[in-house]
Design a protein around this ligand. Structure first.
Ligand SMILES: [Zn+2]
Ligand SMILES: [Zn+2]
Length: 202
């Protein structure tokens, strides 16, 4: 993304400031699943420190999702501060090792990933610009919750009639504990049957 490609020559002694609303889809690499967040606000400054560059900033926004328990629409706040050091790297070192892994056939994929991890950790840039795009994307991926819950105490849906128990109650409630016990008994006996069948087949 062009806004996030910072030309070294534009970084003055006072640093180079960024304050942008960014469409997340424009950060998304090809062949990667979209994230449930539409726009982010990126604020930061990139400064020269000796031969390297230091980026300090924050991203904020909202993930939009349905609650994994009650299926209501919900938002999850993103508010992340970053400090990244960018070192100038040597382009040929990276290219040579990729060539080498080519010769090893099946280990290529793993090798490439290792190369990527190493680069990401050191945050090496090459040429005359620093591209923040992959690092911002990485932060968004890492910050995406594993599970979306509208609240810690979300009561979820009634497993019998589907009523959202955060808003309403239903009459299934009375027999629920009994049914739960029945259900797990049924599951257990099905499971045991399955194991028996497997043993017989062998
Ligand atoms: Zn919920
Ligand atoms: Zn119910």
């Amino acid at each position: 993304m062009d806004i996030l490609k910072i030309r070294i020559m534009d970084i003055s002694d006072k640093g180079y400031q960024i304050d942008e609303i960014i469409k997340v889809v424009e950060l998304q690499p090809v062949d990667v699943e979209a994230l449930p967040i539409e726009t982010i606000h990126l604020q930061g400054i990139i400064k020269k420190t000796g031969k390297n560059f230091l980026f300090q900033g924050k991203i904020s926004g909202y993930y939009n999702h349905t609650c994994d328990r009650c299926l209501d629409d919900m938002q999850y706040k993103l508010d992340k501060e970053m400090v990244w050091l960018f070192e100038r790297g040597q382009a040929n070192i990276f290219l040579n090792s990729v060539d080498e892994s080519d010769r090893h056939g099946e280990s290529k994929h793993r090798k490439d990933k290792e190369e990527f991890d190493e680069l990401a950790e050191k945050r090496i840039f090459q040429g005359d610009e620093i591209d923040l795009t992959p690092y911002i994307w990485e932060e968004l991926v890492l910050d995406t919750p594993y599970k979306f819950l509208c609240s810690e105490t979300c009561a979820g849906l009634c497993p019998v009639c589907g009523t959202n128990l955060n808003h309403e109650t239903c009459s299934c409630n009375i027999n629920r504990e009994e049914e739960k016990a029945q259900l797990s008994n049924t599951k257990l006996s099905e499971l045991l049957q399955g194991i028996n069948l497997n043993l017989k087949e062998e």
